[in-house]
Every structure is written in structure tokens, then in C-alpha cells.
Design a protein around this ligand. Sequence first.
Ligand code: G4P
Length: 527
Amino acid sequence: MTLKEEIARRRTFAIISHPDAGKTTLTEKLLLFGGAIHVAGAVKSNKIRKSATSDFMEIERQRGISVATSVMGFDYEGVKINILDTPGHEDFAEDTYRTLTAVDSVIIVIDGAKGVETQTRKLMNVCRMRNTPVMVFINKLDRPCKDPFDLLDEVERELQIRVRPLAFPISSGSTFKGVYNLYEHNLSLFTSDERQVATASTVEIDDIASSELDAHVGERYAAQLRNDVELVEGVYDPFDRDAYLRGELAPVFFGSAVNNFGVRELLECFIRIAPSPRPTATETRMVEPDEPKMTGFIFKIHANMDPNHRDRIAFMKVCSGVFERNHNYLHVRSGKQLKFSSPTAFMAEKKSVIDFAYPGDIVGLHDTGTFKIGDTFTEGEKLKFTGIPSFSPELFRYIENADPMKFKQLAKGIDQLMDEGVAQLFTSCLNGRRIIGTVGALQFEVIEYRLEHEYGAKCRWEPISIYKACWIESDNAEQLADFKKRKHTNMAVDKHGRDVFLADTSYALTLAQENFKDIRFKFTSEF
Ligand code: G4P
């Protein structure tokens, strides 16, 4: 197969949702379709359950397991599908944001009873930043759900994206009859028995005006579907794939993941319309996937939790060319040539050494602490891929050394954990103290535990009251200098030496924004 053909048959995407909407269940059903797993429940082990928040060891154990399921690759009808898993726990949202930089599209799962929830909204913001094409799967139709039109309006309003239903449900909950596929004009009938197992049978209905429909779903629901379809066709423009690919329009499907209902339709449509690997931006130029020379970047680093194998795995997305085992590549940041004797690919639960990988594929690279998130590999060109965001953290604490004999170990540990993207480090301009900022409270525990167990260092936390940290920039050097002087007690620098303003309160931030008009206050930065 030529490079172009390999690229054309790849679909690299992530499934995202608010916890409990059904992401894990949907992932599992997709894997079952692809023959990548054979029993239900295989993906569950990867999940950080909500109940486990207090059981930190359990979370770490599960994070260890999740290395294997971080990427799930399989073939379906000649298409190579790479699903990038994202952590279910909100405290690991940063991991999810970064993973989204490595995907070419996204499927958003929404609970039909709950509608759009907080985490969905936040994740959609990240997709919007990158114009990532999104598809929506409204799940749990076997339970009483909100009205489908209300749900569509809610998605449009809350996620700020135009929608186009490609399927339409007939009722929900105990009277759920099935889903009418507006794309292929057929009807999938839902029949559920007491064991909660559903079977779907699909009937072709060329014309929903025919009495055949009544025979299948009953007069009342047939009439309702006819009305609904008329309304859909009247209100929504025909599906426009280009608008979807630009990230402006989201096709919407309805179904029930746990019952494996509506999932095949989603997958079939997905492989037809979802994009193959897209060009990737660097500081200097766009990299096209079919360029002959290999380029790729690291978007995630995973520490191995097995105490016998302390090493880390760095996940690289191949952006162009063909990645080969035992071939020398330039690690652009260090300027060193590196080759990998055992790069791995991920097939559902299994990890195996590979000889080649193509654009869209994710390669696992063995790392002894040299790599950072955002690192670029090339065949010699000095490129730097851009757009890997780090978000303004929301929780802050001073980190202090609790064991004076282990000063070096602590410094090394903090350094490496920050490279992995576990949290962000700021150094106060006022007193030189180190401040750790995170998006979730759990990260403080993760850091403390890992410093002790991986680096033999002990840390102590001390409270600090900060409302938000934001990066500041300005073309007006005078105003910037004035701001930094006046706000000296609230200034810090990040790991790369960039200026950061630590606002005490939302009021202080607003005031600063009003008084210093030439300064840009940024809530995201790049690695
Ligand atoms: P998440 O990864 O998005 O957090 O959600 P997950 O798939 O784990 O699903 C959350 C819960 O919702 C699970 O129940 C799952 O079985 C259920 N679920 C998923 N899809 C459907 C659906 O289509 N209909 C219904 N009724 N439920 C669905 P749980 O009780 O938390 O877990 P489990 O013990 O059933 O595995």
C-alpha cells in the first residue's frame, strides 16, 4: 500500500463525555465491532471509578493498566481505527485536553436524560480551539430522555456548534421503538427483553408515508415520526460534510450504547465521513501527512506504575512520512539523533513492537526521562509542532522540601513530573518559593506519592490563596514593566521563564485587565 493509501484509511479520534454518559461503554462496543476484544468488560478495567477518589492506590493501579488501553487500534472494513482513550476522572482533564491535540476528530457522548453537562462543555471548547470535527452520540435512549428537538437545541446552544441529526429516535424509555436513519432511510427497531439485552432489526423504509411504518411501530408513533422527520427536513439544512470537516457542523446520532443500539450506524457513518489525518501546524509551516519525511510529536507521557519497571512511555503521534524502527530521528529540542529499537503500537489490550507506523498512528516510545510533552521528532528539519495547550490551573499550593537530605531528588522529581504534564510549576518573584498549580485536587496526592515512591523525596504542601494564574504578554514594553513593578508581589515565572500574573481574586483580575489595556492576559499557554 502506498503512503497516501495508508493515510486515507486511517481515522484517529477520541470519544469524550461528561463522566457516566457512556464513553467507556461506547468504546467497548466499537472495539467489539472491530473484533479487537471479544468480551464485554475488557475496557472497564481502565476506568477510574468515581468511588475510587478516596482510594488513591487504586487510582494509580488503574492508571498503570490504562497505559495498555491508552490507544486502541483496530481494523474495520479496511479502515484503520485508532481510538485515543481519555481519562474519565475530571481531575485528569488536562490529559484529555492534550490528547485532543493528537486526534483528527472527536465523538461526543451525551446522556439523553441529562443533556449537555459541564465537562462536555469544557471539552468542546478545546475542540473549538482547533476546529476539530465532532460527531454527537446521544445515549441512553432506553431510559426516559429529554425531547430530541430540545436536546438538539441544547447541543447547539451549549456547545456552540450547528447540528444536523442523521438519525432520529422514536420515543424513549419504556416506549422506545427505535431509530430512523435519515441518511440511509431505514429503520432500526429496538426490542428489549427483561434481561436488558436488546436486539435490533433493521427494515428498509423507502417512504415513511407507507403503512409499513405503522405496522412496525404502531400508528401513534408512526405519525409522530412522520411529523418529526418533516420538521427535521424543514428546520435543518441537508448534511454538509465540508462544514463538518471544518468543525462547524456536528452530525447527531441517537442510540443506547449498553444495548449496542445505534452504534453500528454511528460507526458506519463515521468511517465514511470522518477525516483521515489532517495537516499539522508547526511554528514555521504546515506539515502535510503525505510528505515523505517522518515527523511526529509527543502529546502524552505515561509513567509506568509497575515498581519493577520505573520507565515511562512517551506517546508520539506520527504526522507525516513513515516511522521506522531502528531509524535515526532528530529529537529537535536536544539536537540529538535518537533511534528506537522497540517502539510499540497498541491493539486494544495488547502492546506489540512495530516496524512501521503511518500518519495518524500513535507510537509508544520508551523514555528514561529525556522527553517532554510537545517534543518534536523529524528526519533533520528543525520543526516545532504548536498548539499543545497547557491551561491556567485552578488550584494552587506551595511545595516545600520535607527532607533536607533529599533536595536534589525533589528537584529532579518535580522537574520530570512537570515535563509529563502532571501539573504546572511557578516560581514566585516575591520570595522565590515554588508554587504548584493543578486542575484537580487529586494531582497534589499524585505528586506527593510519586515523589516519594519514584524519586525517594518528600514534600510538604502549604496553602496559598490564588484565584487564577494567567500568562501576560504585551507589545507595550513600558506598560508591561510598570505592571510587573506594581504587581511584584503577585508575579511569578513558569517553567519556561514566562511571566505569570497570580490574581488573588476575580476582582483583582478584572481590575488589572481594565487598567492595563495593552496587556494580554492569557488563560492558555503552549508547551
Ligand atoms: P463513562 O465512561 O462515560 O463514565 O460511562 P460508562 O460507559 O461507564 O457508563 C456509565 C453508566 O451508564 C454505566 O452504568 C453504564 O452501564 C450505563 N450506560 C451506558 N450506556 C447506557 C445506555 O445506553 N443505557 C443505559 N440505561 N445505561 C447505559 P453503571 O451502573 O455505572 O456501571 P455498570 O455497573 O453497569 O457497568
